[in-house]
Each structure stands twice: as structure tokens, then as C-alpha cells.
Design a protein around this ligand. Structure first.
Ligand SMILES: Cc1cc2nc3c(=O)[nH]c(=O)nc-3n(C[C@H](O)[C@H](O)[C@H](O)COP(=O)(O)OP(=O)(O)OC[C@H]3O[C@@H](n4cnc5c(N)ncnc54)[C@H](O)[C@@H]3O)c2cc1C
Length: 365
């Protein structure tokens, strides 16, 4: 989110400084792991679809500027019981926004995409525009373009504190002190460490992803295997075709429901993580459930309603915050960059972001 904000601000000819506590690409936050799903039939809420359309447009534009592929189309599957939130939500978004889609049962899905072995009763919405992004390359592309436009980027420079007064902001880092007209805070799992008001509203949670070696690799190639969101009795899962690593990749939303401190979390995957994930693959994707090739931990940052927080700071209108992406934010980075640039430099944001206001969590009388 920070890389995209940097790019959009630089593009508007603002003098902009990007500060990152680790390296330009690192594995301590939320944006590593080679692939991230992007999908239009948004089961979480139809309000996201307008932002998604713009996100696709901006990802394609960034690809053109970077001269490398960043977004791969595979189609997407949103599946689960007939009355469950994933299938019903995806159907609602598709119908409301006129998205091309097909509804299949589990057997029909298997005939079309043989890697999937869901029960016949499973209702599956297929949407042809789903796919995946390459997050590390996308972050680098945003930063490269911002640098070309004159932005200043400093990594290995943690922000220690910030303040705002008389329409100006200041930031103290491990290496110096800066003053500016505006501040954009996109700190991922560390959001509440920089903005204490977010303590209960942006809560880090430990996740683990698996890549397993398929016994039928041809079933798990990008052309044969759409990305998925799936509701089964064990919970909600998501997955990808093999790409860059020769393995079927997937994870479970809210994996072991472990809230953590991002500075003290267990990053090394454990046997319990692997067992939980392997059991899922063995049951629903048996041709993808061979030897483990890779496990990686990562962090979600959950808001109470699992929707994003995009707003100005309640006491400092010159400070904008992007937080609480709740495990589904990456696909939106390109458009969130534009939103953050608007929040600090436009009277009226071009996108309708009322749904994401911070004060929706304010205690009511
Ligand atoms: C396992 C996993 C799978 C996911 N799958 C998907 C998916 O398929 N599709 C999808 O759309 N989304 C997915 N998500 C969610 C998505 O990746 C996140 O919503 C998104 O990456 C959040 O980006 P961010 O910029 O908020 O956080 P981050 O990428 O963590 O960036 C925050 C940055 O701020 C820096 N920072 C923090 N504090 C300071 C400080 N004090 N000073 C300087 N720098 C600081 C951090 O080092 C970090 O680089 C997934 C997340 C995980 C963990």
C-alpha cells in the first residue's frame, strides 16, 4: 500500500519520501509469498467491485510502465454450500454488477478443472477475470516508477514517532527527523504501533501458506486451475495454480486464529501448521497433495468487521491512514495508492470510500 501511495503521489508531482523499516522486499509483513489472488466477484461485499475495476486498470497500466507481466488471468472460483457467504456473496456481486459468470456444481467443476474434487452439492461460481498478481514484483514496480518520477525512498529506516501541528507533520526515524505537509501511514501489521487509536481495530494475526507437489502437475497449471475461495466444513480456504514454485499453493483464512505482536511472532512454520493444511488438500485436492515443497508464515491485520480502514486521522486531517486489510487487501494496492493520494491532496476523493471510514467503529450512544 505504501509503495502504491508513493507512486501516485510522485505522479502528481509531489515531493515525496517513502520510509520502510526493513528492505524494499522482505518477508516480515503481509506482502510476500510470490502470488496474491485478484478477483471481481467479490463475496465480501459488492461495494468493492468499483474499486476492483479501477485496480485492474491501474495494474495493467503499471505492467505497461514496468515492461513485465504482473497480473495473470486464470479465472476464479468462489465455492461453498448453497446458502454460505462465499457462494452467495460472489453471486450477489456478480448479479449486481453484471459480471460474466457461470454457476457449476462440484462435479461440473471437476470435469472442467480436474484438480478440484469438491462434493457434487458444492455450489461454485466461476468468474473468468479472476487471477493472481506477483506481489514482490508489483511492489518493486511501484517503487521503481516512483523513483523515476523523483521520489526519495529510504529503507532500513524505521519510523519511531510522528506528530502533527499547525497543518504540518513531522516524523522521527532511527536516522533523522523530517517535516512535511502531509503524512500517509500504511504500516500493515504495525499500524497500531504508529497509530494507537487502531489498537483494537487493526489486529495482527499469524498465517501459514503451503506449496505441495502435485501428483498430476498438469491439473495445477495456470491454464487449467483457476484461483479459488472455498467454504468447507473445516473453514474458509483460498488457493492458486503452481507458479514460480512447482507446487499447488493454498492457505486457510484465520489459520489457527492466533493474534500476535508483529515484533514477536513465531515466523517458522510448525508441524501443526503443516498438518492442518495437508489435511485440507488431501480431502479436496488429492492430486495436489504430494510432498511439501514450501511453507511460509505471513501476517493478516484484521479489522473488527474485516473491511478496510481508509480515512484521515480523526485529530489530524493532514494524516491519512490505510489499515486493517484483513487478509484480502493486496489486489487493491494499485487503487489504494490513488485513494491515499486523494485523501491527502484532494478535497473530494475520486472513489467513494464512505464504507471504509474509521468512525464506523466509534461507540454509539
Ligand atoms: C498469507 C497471506 C495471503 C494473502 N493472500 C491474499 C490474496 O490472495 N489476495 C489479496 O488481495 N490479499 C491477500 N492477502 C492480504 C494482503 O497481502 C494484505 O492485505 C496486504 O499485503 C497488506 O499490505 P500492507 O501494505 O497493508 O502491509 P505490508 O505489506 O506488511 O506493508 C507494511 C509495511 O510497513 C512497514 N512498516 C511498518 N512499520 C514501520 C515503521 N515504523 N517504519 C517504517 N516502516 C514500517 C513494514 O515493514 C511493511 O513493509 C494475504 C495476506 C497473507 C498474510
Amino acid at each position: 500500500m505504501g509503495s502504491a501511495a508513493l507512486f501516485h503521489l510522485a505522479r502528481r508531482r509531489r515531493r515525496v519520501l517513502g520510509l520502510e523499516r526493513f528492505d524494499l522486499v522482505h518477508e516480515y509483513g503481509s506482502s510476500h509469498g510470490l502470488t496474491r489472488i485478484i478477483r471481481l466477484a467479490y463475496w465480501e461485499h459488492p461495494t468493492y467491485v468499483a474499486l476492483l475495476r479501477r485496480a485492474y486498470e491501474l495494474w495493467r497500466e503499471l505492467e505497461g510502465l514496468a515492461g513485465e507481466p504482473l497480473l495473470h488471468i486464470t479465472g476464479s472460483v468462489d465455492a461453498g454450500p448453497e446458502g454460505g457467504p462465499i457462494f452467495q456473496g460472489a453471486l450477489r456481486s456478480s448479479e449486481l454488477h453484471g459480471l460474466p459468470h457461470e454457476v457449476l456444481d462440484g462435479d461440473e467443476l471437476h470435469r472442467r478443472f480436474p484438480g478440484y474434487r469438491l462434493s457434487k452439492q458444492t455450489r461454485c461460481l466461476y468468474q473468468p477475470e479472476g487471477g493472481f498478481l506477483l506481489p514482490e514484483r508489483c511492489d518493486v514496480a511501484h517503487v521503481t516508477q516512483a523513483l523515476d518520477l523523483g521520489a526519495d525512498v529510504r529503507c532500513r529506516e524505521p519510523v519511531l514517532e510522528w506528530g502533527a501541528a499547525s497543518g504540518r507533520v513531522w516524523v522521527r526515524t532511527a536516522r533523522g527527523r523530517y517535516e512535511a505537509g502531509r503524512l500517509v501511514i500504511c504500516a500493515g501489521p504495525w499500524a497500531a504501533k504508529l497509530v494507537p487509536e487502531l489498537a483494537r481495530l487493526a489486529v495482527p494475526e499469524r498465517q501459514v501458506l503451503a506449496w505441495l507437489q502435485p501428483s498430476r502437475p498438469e491439473y495445477f497449471q495456470p491454464g487449467a486451475f483457476p484461483v479459488f475461495n472455498l467454504e468447507v466444513e473445516e473453514g474458509h480456504y483460498y488457493g492458486f495454480p503452481s507458479f514460480l514454485i512447482p507446487g499447488f499453493k493454498f492457505g486457510k483464512y484465520h489459520h489457527r486464529r492466533e493474534q500476535v505482536d508483529p515484533d514477536a511472532t513465531r515466523r517458522e512454520p510448525e508441524p501443526e501448521d503443516e498438518e492442518l493444511l495437508r489435511a485440507f488438500a488431501g480431502r479436496y485436492f488429492p492430486d495436489g497433495a504430494g510432498a511439501t515443497l514450501m511453507l511460509k508464515s505471513c501476517l493478516f491485520t484484521n479489522s473488527p468487521d474485516r473491511h478496510f480502514i481508509l480515512d484521515r486521522h480523526p485529530d489530524h486531517p493532514e494524516v491519512a491512514i490505510a489499515a486493517g486489510f484483513s487478509g484480502h487487501g493486496y489486489k487493491f494496492c494499485s487503487v489504494i495508492g490513488e485513494v491515499m493520494a486523494d485523501l491527502v491532496h484532494a478535497d473530494r476523493p475520486r472513489h467513494d470510500i464512505e464504507f471504509f471510514r474509521l468512525d464506523r467503529f466509534a461507540p454509539t450512544a
